[in-house]
Ligand binder design. Structure first.
Ligand code: ASP
Length: 313
């Protein structure tokens, strides 16, 4: 008998949403990744009676996110989505690297079912924690008719994994989509579609199966006043495989940094230009180092890692 896919699986990875502080008024001196995903669900009575399953995949502060956790998480998401009874997956995560995890999952899995990442800026013990509302909203998004792809549900807005960036260090609405292109809003539990659900071609889990300690080493170097390129030379002596330049404006680079990056490229290091601006693409021009398009430096780094994994597998 065909069963309706109505199960939402919540995968816990830690973060401030699972963080605790000694006092309710302490919003910054807390410890992230203390509560289990079942505890987070227990704090949202509005989800009682829903068809939910909880699984703890990791328990870390997302500033410490690493390749092996990404491998485990991607495999867990893939396995859950393959179950016919699963309608979608929600991932509780820290805000710090949430956009990186979202982008990686988008590129590797590009799922037809929804994968909704959510998080919190305040710990679970705060006077007014934002985590329970965000978790409730994320489940609503995962269950929404037509929902698909990797998105971030945060502070009432639904962001595309390719567009989203953490843009504020403290505010509860800490995320923005580049050029304001939201997928949807969540209002009183209702998902109001504004754009399109993300879609793409999946690279596949095999792309990231290499042991995490053998992944290519890709670093980000920034252009700024006085950028002299010596950092690039130092990284080359350490055997860096790729470099993403977070350039100024349209990916512009100081003469010295540009020269150092060209030398690195000539020596076999993959080099792309992105921008340190909060939004906007880097337009390619003849004679310049290749552009990373509209990807932020951290997302361009992931894209380059995936490209290098593909070249050498
Ligand atoms: N450092 C925390 C984390 O990323 C911050 C947060 O979740 O807001 O896990």
């Amino acid at each position: 008998m065909q069963t309706a896919a109505d199960l939402i699986v919540i995968l816990g990875t830690g973060g401030t949403i699972a963080g605790t502080a000694k006092t309710a008024s302490d919003g910054v001196g807390y410890t992230a990744a203390q509560l289990r995903v079942e505890d987070l669900l227990a704090a949202v009575p509005a989800l009682a009676g829903r068809s939910l399953e909880a699984l703890q995949v990791a328990q870390l502060d997302s500033k410490d996110m690493d390749f092996s956790t990404w491998q485990r998480l991607a495999a867990a998401v893939h396995a859950q989505l393959a179950r016919p009874e699963v309608r979608g997956v929600v991932i509780t995560h820290g805000t710090d690297t949430l956009e990186e995890t979202a982008y990686l999952l988008h590129r590797v899995l590009a799922p037809a079912k929804p994968v909704v990442l959510t998080a919190a800026m305040r710990p679970a013990t705060a006077l007014a924690p934002d985590g329970p509302q965000n978790l409730f909203d994320a489940v609503q998004v995962a269950a929404a008719p037509g929902a698909a792809g990797v998105v971030v549900a945060f502070a009432g807005r639904v962001h595309d994994a390719t567009q989203v960036r953490k843009t504020h260090s403290y505010r509860v609405d800490a995320f923005e989509s580049a050029d304001g292109a939201l997928v949807a809003r969540v209002e009183e539990g209702a998902v109001r579609l504004l754009g399109r659900w993300p879609a793409g071609e999946a690279l596949g889990l095999a792309r990231i199966e290499r042991p995490a300690d053998a992944w290519p080493r890709v670093e980000i170097v920034m252009n700024h006043a006085g950028a002299d390129g010596r950092l690039v030379q130092a990284l080359q002596t350490q055997g860096v495989d790729g470099l993403v330049a977070a350039g100024t404006g349209n990916g512009t680079l100081s003469r010295a940094l540009d020269a150092a990056l060209r030398d690195a490229e000539a020596a076999g290091v993959k080099v792309w230009r992105s921008t340190r601006c909060d939004a906007g693409p880097v337009m390619d021009l003849p004679g310049l180092l290749p552009s990373a398009g509209a990807l932020s430096p951290v997302k361009a780094r992931i894209e380059m890692i995936l490209a290098l994994l593909g070249e050498t597998s």
